[in-house]
Design a protein around this ligand. Structure first.
Ligand code: RFL
Ligand code: PHB
Length: 411
């Protein structure tokens, strides 16, 4: 990010680009962002700081996006980006700082002191709080909630997004479109067939995640692989636990609360005491899949975050990549608006893809290391054990694991 708070002589906002006092006219903005998730809102905040007009189009309500339970683990690089944008204060005040994790395989466990190894901690702070912080920092008129992008057009000189607000359609003309609308959004769909080339891996299992009103049973995360599969112990503050179980594809609805607690006890023991049960206030089912577009740019459309790549949540990289993409694109847009320098925009796609592939690689490794996958044989069990032992015993392997976990391997 071009230290956006102090950037010299940014271009002033163009006149006549006020946000949409009436929704039925054709409107203009410099950058039209689709999606008010962490990726889109980070670009929006960065644009506001350099005096470039942007508008965010969000299909869901403000209430919905501010309460959507998802990520919790935030890398130090992400914290720095948010802090540079002036939205890191609450995170730095409220987040728990973690310097280690427990890796457990069957009945053996080892602590990975990634904080001591890398000099960097990770932060536990709910994704929906990052979303709230970013929304609170922006001009409310410039985020159009309950408004869906239905058509994305991009030429080589200009671009436009057609949106639907309460059944009325209108068109937003812009210089650039940022497709930050997640894995199922309109921007990925709008790519011409010849630009849709992508790479995928489906691990054939799901995660069932719960948020429970019970104190975490340890101060640090526990990643555990038992003969019956994976479990993760995480937390949201001092009185809520965030717990995940590997479950067969599509089976989440059939898991009763009682069965979830029993299975968590089994898979998280013996490295941890039994979990005190509490009310389950939220359940999430996630398919363990990876996806990446070959090229996240088409003319004046730039895809960022989950729209460009989704990673399985095993290594907690999705939110962090989303914010990183946003910062990288914001810097390129800044150079363009400042000096008409287009090198950054031209390089965005390959830089973002390269970083995302490193996160894909580590997420795939964590997924293999910690899950019993369909079709696994005793051979896979043995190689998993060998890999686990190598990370635990070998300082170079441990260092590499720690570098990827805290995100410095992508810098
Ligand atoms: P988002 O957050 O999905 O936001 C996209 C937004 O676009 C809107 N939208 C549209 N708006 C207008 N018009 C349309 N046509 C639209 N179509 C969609 C949507 O309503 C939405 O508001 O994408 P973004 O910003 O790229 O952010 C990505 C992250 O949300 C995601 O990668 C992370 O949550 C992944 N993830 C984790 N990442 C981490 O870095 N650390 C973690 O600890 C972590 N844990 C997780 C996770 C994801 C999980 N699930 C549920 C998939 C844990 C879980 C369980
Ligand atoms: C979470 O707290 O939601 C979380 C933490 C670590 C992961 C995935 C999810 O690897």
């Amino acid at each position: 990010m071009p230290s956006t708070r102090s950037s010299s002589a940014p271009k002033k906002q163009q006149s006549g680009t006020s946000p949409f006092p009436r929704l039925d006219a054709e409107r203009k903005t410099q950058v039209c962002i689709i999606g008010a998730g962490p990726a889109g809102l980070t670009v929006h905040q960065a644009m506001a700081q350099i005096g470039v007009t942007s508008v965010v189009i969000e299909a869901r309500s403000r209430q919905y996006v501010q309460n959507r339970v998802r990520a919790g683990l935030v890398e130090p690089g992400t914290v720095r980006i948010l802090d540079d944008l002036g939205v890191g204060q609450k995170l730095l005040r409220d987040a728990a700082c973690h310097k280690g994790l427990l890796l457990q395989l069957d009945d053996t466990s080892a602590r990975v002191p990634f904080g001591d190894i890398t000099g960097e901690p990770v932060y536990m702070y709910p994704q929906q709080h990052i979303v709230r912080d970013l929304i609170s920092a922006s001009d409310p008129q410039r985020i159009l909630f309950d408004t869906e992008a239905v058509n994305v057009e991009t030429g080589s000189l200009d671009a436009a997004v057609t949106v639907n607000h309460a059944g009325r359609h209108f068109r937003v003309k812009c210089d650039f479109i940022v497709g930050a609308d997640g894995a199922h959004g309109a921007s990925r769909r709008s790519l011409p067939d010849e630009r849709k080339k992508s790479y995928e891996r489906d691990y054939g299992i799901d995660w069932l995640g719960i948020l429970a009103e019970t104190a975490p049973l340890a101060d640090e995360l526990i990643y555990s692989c038992s003969a019956r599969g994976f479990a993760l112990h995480s937390m949201r503050g001092e009185s809520q636990s965030r717990l995940y179980l590997q479950v067969p594809r599509g089976s989440s609805p059939s898991w009763t609360d009682d069965r979830i607690w029993q299975e968590l006890d089994y898979r998280l023991s013996p490295g941890a005491a039994r979990i005190r049960r509490g009310d389950i206030t939220e359940r999430t089912a996630v398919k363990l899949k990876a996806f990446q577009l070959e090229n996240p740019q088409y003319r004046r459309l730039f895809l960022i975050g989950d729209a460009a790549h989704t990673v399985p949540p095993s290594a907690a990289k999705g939110l962090n990549l989303a914010v990183e993409d946003a910062a990288c694109l914001a810097q390129a847009l800044w150079a363009w608006y400042q000096d008409h320098e287009r090198g950054g925009l031209d390089r965005y796609a390959s830089k973002a893809a390269q970083r995302a592939w490193l996160a894909q690689m580590f997420s795939a490794e964590m997924t293999r290391l910690l899950h019993v996958l369909p079709g696994d044989t005793q051979f896979d069990t043995k190689t998993r054990t060998a890999r686990w032992q190598r990370i635990v015993d070998n300082p170079i392997a441990l260092r590499d694991f720690a570098d990827h976990y805290v995100g410095i391997a992508r810098r």
